[in-house]
Design a protein around this ligand. Structure first.
Ligand SMILES: C[S@@+](CC[C@H](N)C(=O)[O-])C[C@H]1O[C@@H](n2cnc3c(N)ncnc32)[C@H](O)[C@@H]1O
Length: 425
């Protein structure tokens, strides 16, 4: 682990598991029983069993960043007006929410259940709910672009992120995917997030802390390049899942293969078909993984109004592609593909050499070095650049070429300020 990477609790042995403090427990108990006098909350008045169940929920330990029971100080609340416009506030004992159309005091929400409608001084109504993880990811301060919930959900499902899993992700960016991974590994898993840019790691730390209310003790941030950190800080075959979201994941296949346990899942998220293709070819050449599977996720929301039930006119057209492959046992080559690639699919010598033959040659030339791996040399493990991809992709995969918009220094400073201070918007 790098000196900079000491971050969290159970892993670092410092921060105890999430737990409500005594004053929090007392305030939750009071709030769950109280009925604020001035609140215009649509005439909600709970029955006895409702009050009792609210009390129990408000005392429960927040898990996966979810607080339950009646609203209390410190809760993030998403306010939605009649036009669907949203604002997120953090409840404070003496706070108030202002818009150009009136105001209300946070106090009016304290002790009330989620899902009430609150009316401000000018008669504007707001629906009040705690944000879901997907709401939070889309509204949280960000430096780098986040993985959207639709893709994060697929990663959790298709990369089989399970409770108790030991997972490495890189890069961490704004921490969007990190939140979904932390949820999925539960309290007995470990998530190691590797990020090359310290300022992005800082944004991610802020977002994770805000969402979970503290830094989860299952999480550690490592500063540095994925391959360097993975090779230095992790034993071979010690990780269940590796998830990469970066410009050039193919540069990290050797390090991913080294740390993944046999049968472990490699998952990468890339934005363009050229990246996807390059990654798939290099992955085949490495001969350390099963045949890759690639897909994208399109979510089409629907308009639901009386007889006018149809897909919405607008949708998120493109985010990225996911590629999944499993780690082969050390020294075992993936089985030959039954279907040969089409003639001319690869720009290699005339007569289109079968892909498996090309891969075999490349494997020998590459000389990976985990003991037992083809061409093994003791010590370090490396996969040389694939001759296939060298021909296919002579251009450089720069941020410019991929149309990744650089994050302005000024924006990053603003995001970090926002994460350090009040998040009222
Ligand atoms: C698109 S962002 C990741 C976004 C993140 N998955 C999320 O959902 O918020 C890509 C990140 O990868 C980082 N990165 C690029 N190459 C890396 C490498 N070799 N090792 C670690 N991080 C890297 C970048 O600095 C950037 O923060």
């Amino acid at each position: 682990m790098t000196a900079d990477s000491t971050e969290t609790g159970r892993l670092a042995g410092s921060i105890p598991p999430a737990r409500l403090s005594k004053p929090e427990v007392e305030s939750a108990r009071r709030l769950s029983l109280s009925k604020p006098e001035d609140a215009d909350t649509g005439g909600f008045s709970p029955s006895k069993p409702e009050v009792e169940s609210a009390r129990r929920l408000s005392l429960s330990k927040p898990e996966g960043g979810v607080r339950r029971g009646p609203f209390r100080v410190g809760d993030r609340v998403q306010l939605t007006d009649s036009r669907g416009r949203m604002n997120t506030i953090t409840l404070q004992a003496k706070g108030s929410f202002h818009s150009h159309k009136g105001r209300f005091d946070h106090e009016q929400l304290l002790g009330q259940p989620e899902g009430i409608v609150i009316t401000n001084t000018e008669g504007v109504e707001y629906l009040a709910l705690r944000p879901l993880l997907s709401d939070y990811v889309l509204s949280m301060p960000r430096g780098a672009q986040v993985i959207y919930p639709k893709d994060a959900g697929q990663i959790v499902a298709m990369a089989d992120i399970f409770p108790g899993a030991r997972v490495i992700e890189a890069g961490v960016g704004s921490g969007g995917l990190t939140l979904a991974l932390l949820r999925a590994i539960g309290e007995s898993g470990e998530l190691h997030s590797i990020e090359i840019r310290p300022e992005f790691a800082e944004v991610a730390r802020g977002n994770v802390r805000t969402f979970f209310g503290e830094t989860p003790d299952t999480w550690r941030v490592h500063l540095g390049a994925f391959a360097d950190v993975a090779n230095k800080d992790f034993e071979p075959s010690s990780v269940d899942r590796v998830v990469l979201d970066m410009l050039a994941p193919w540069e990290n296949l050797a390090a991913a293969a080294r740390v993944l346990t046999p049968g472990g899942v490699f998952c990468a998220y890339v934005a363009t078909t050229t990246q996807l293709s390059r990654l798939a070819e290099d992955l085949r050449v490495s001969q350390c993984f099963t045949e890759p599977v690639a897909f994208e996720t399109m979510v089409r929301t629907w308009h639901l109004e009386g007889l006018a039930v149809r897909p919405d006119h607008r949708m998120i057209g493109h985010t990225g592609f996911l590629l999944i492959a499993r780690r082969m046992a050390v020294g075992v080559k993936p089985p030959l593909r039954r279907r040969r690639p089409a003639k001319g699919a690869y720009p290699v010598a005339a007569d289109a050499v079968a892909a498996e033959a090309v891969a075999a040659e490349a494997g020998e030339a590459a000389g990976p070095g985990v003991a037992g791996e083809p061409g093994a040399a003791s010590g370090t493990f490396s996969i040389a650049a694939s001759p296939i991809s060298a021909d296919l992709f002579s251009a450089e995969f720069t941020e410019d070429a991929m149309e990744v918009r650089p994050v302005a220094e000024r924006k990053l400073r603003r995001v970090l300020r926002e994460l350090g201070g009040s998040d009222e918007s």
